[in-house]
Design a protein around this ligand. Structure first.
Ligand code: XMP
Length: 513
């Protein structure tokens, strides 16, 4: 039996967290929709199955269901929240509707065994609950393992099979000892081995990539970001000089970015790298364009055309193209959740038209971002690249608000470089999800020496976030903000005012355009 865990996603906002917790324990796992067939589950040979939470009630119409056969596969099962209610319902117990519990609860451990090994009997542990329905009494053939003041059965297990349920969320940080519960499930109950490491992933991937591409030529579009860089380094490890990387200088990059990509890939890693200078094409097409979505569209179109030309030259007509697709992108396409509203179109640099004559190589399809970073380190990529903040495909064009000109880009680039420089100097870079400067399309009055000035305003943005979906503004120490502002105003010609953006997402977004 393979050493891996299957997670069935019933739509909880925490499902990806379950997967990440398991991967952190060095056990491989995948998230699949609940509609996956029993045969497919058998074929996949999981060591254990987790039924996630979900927003539904087992009594709602058309809610996602689980096949009762899952409980008879002889494979350990853990139901979390809605998952536990499904187990209860499949085993003939009544799920009681409408008893809402959100937030912290005190879990009293009644049986400090298996799932709760390491706890003491009678001990209380803080857990995070978020559910509408609950299980009132354990089904026949099950017994309660823990309770809370409101829930007589906050956890249960089957008496004759390794089937468990918890009514709370062990995967969230608000359940401080949740990792022990997950680790008990993985190692004591499922008997997994912690063999999912960056090193083992690289070894396996190298074999897979070689088998996929054979002796064909492969190209990879580098954006300077973490994902495409790690994908390129991994494919290079597998096939060496059969890989050519293409880096398009859009003229919309940050200060020193092109040089840094050339240094890392060409000199440090010895990867064949073609750099295309297309700044004039991008800036020419963007001239006079102020609408954020139109800017994105233009950049996407020009990018594809430039990349296509370069790729044909480098890779010939029929070859392979590397993409840095990550696991969250793959899961979203199979989730039971409906499509969410499009607020901004996010072209990834390298987003390609379907008729390109390439087959895709996506070596990071199974990885979460933190795992990609780990693999990058293991492949010898420098820390400054691996720990980098995300950078949007359209680059500085959506940070120069309004008209994008060479001159305005130069002002923003200098201010942005000072900002990041001071963040590094203050040792704060790794505490921040993304930090960047924005050039506003307004002028403000100032006084320098004895003279009146009428110049540009720079807005600074820094946010903390887990995944970019929600974000909080970063609380800089005031002296750091003071230094940044003084340096930008003194050193960047054409700026006389600096503001700090204190909006969270939602309702604001991270980027200004
Ligand atoms: P927002 O501004 O939507 O940004 O809160 C969320 C994350 O997405 C990045 N972003 C983009 N990335 N193309 C990209 O590749 C885009 O058009 C784009 N717009 C925003 C943003 O930097 C943040 O990390």
């Amino acid at each position: 039996m393979r050493n891996r865990i299957l997670i069935l996603d019933f739509g909880s906002q925490f499902t990806q967290l379950i997967a990440r917790r398991i991967r952190e324990e060095r056990v491989y796992c995948e998230i699949h929709p609940p509609t996956v067939s029993l045969d497919r589950v058998r074929e996949w040979q999981p060591r254990g199955i987790i039924l996630s939470g979900g927003p539904s009630s087992v009594y709602d119409e058309g809610v996602p269901n689980a096949d009762p056969g899952l409980l008879d596969l002889g494979v350990p099962v853990l139901g979390i929240c809605y998952g536990m209610q499904l187990i209860a319902q499949m085993s003939g117990a009544r799920v009681v509707a409408g008893h809402r519990e959100y937030g912290r609860a005190d879990l009293k451990i009644e049986e400090a065994d298996a799932l709760f090994e390491g706890f003491r009997q009678g001990e209380s542990a803080t857990v995070w609950a978020s559910h509408g329905d609950h299980v009132e009494a354990a089904p026949a053939g099950f017994r309660a393992l823990a309770s809370t003041a409101d829930l007589p059965v906050a956890s249960f297990c089957a008496v004759d099979r390794p089937i468990y349920g918890v009514q709370f969320h062990p995967e969230v940080a608000h359940t401080p000892r949740g990792d022990e519960i997950i680790s008990n499930f993985l190692f004591r109950i499922c008997k997994c081995q912690p063999d999912w490491t960056a090193g083992s992933f690289i070894d396996e991937s190298v074999g897979r990539i070689r088998a996929q591409v054979g002796t064909a030529k492969v190209i990879c579009g580098l954006s300077g970001g973490v994902d495409s860089s790690v994908a390129a380094a991994l494919v290079h490890r597998a096939i060496g000089d059969a890989l050519t990387c293409i880096f398009v200088d859009t003229g919309l990059l940050r200060k020193g970015e092109r040089e840094s990509v050339e240094r890392t890939f060409r000199r440090h890693l010895g990867i064949r790298l073609v750099v295309i200078d297309a700044a004039d094409r991008f800036l020419g097409r963007l001239e006079g364009e102020v609408d954020p979505e139109r800017k994105r569209r233009i950049i996407g179109e020009v990018f594809i055309r430039v990349f296509e030309g370069a790729a044909k030259e480098a890779g010939g007509e029929a070859g392979f193209l590397v993409q840095g697709t990550l696991y969250p992108d793959v899961i979203e396409s199979v989730s039971v959740r409906g499509p969410s509203a499009v607020i901004k179109t996010h072209h990834n640099v390298g987003g390609l038209p379907p008729d390109m004559p390439f087959q895709l190589v996506e070596p990071l399809r199974e990885l979460f971002k933190d795992e990609v970073r780990q693999v990058g380190r293991e492949l010898g990529l420098p820390e400054e690249l691996v720990g980098r903040h995300p950078f949007p495909g359209p680059g500085l064009a959506i940070r120069v608000l309004g008209d994008v000109t060479g001159e305005r880009l130069a002002v923003l680039r200098d201010a942005d470089a000072i900002y990041l420089d001071e963040i590094h100097a203050a040792g704060l870079y790794d505490d921040i999800w993304q930090a960047f400067a924005v050039l506003l399309p307004v002028r403000s009055v100032g006084v320098m020496g004895d003279a009146r000035t009428y110049e540009n305003v720079i807005a600074l943005r820094a946010v903390t976030s887990r995944d970019g979906m929600t974000a909080d503004w970063f609380p800089f120490p005031p002296d750091v903000l003071g230094r940044i502002s003084a340096r930008i105003i003194n050193e960047v010609r054409g700026v006389n005012r600096v503001c700090y953006d204190i909006s969270s997402k939602p309702p604001a977004t991270i980027e200004w355009e």
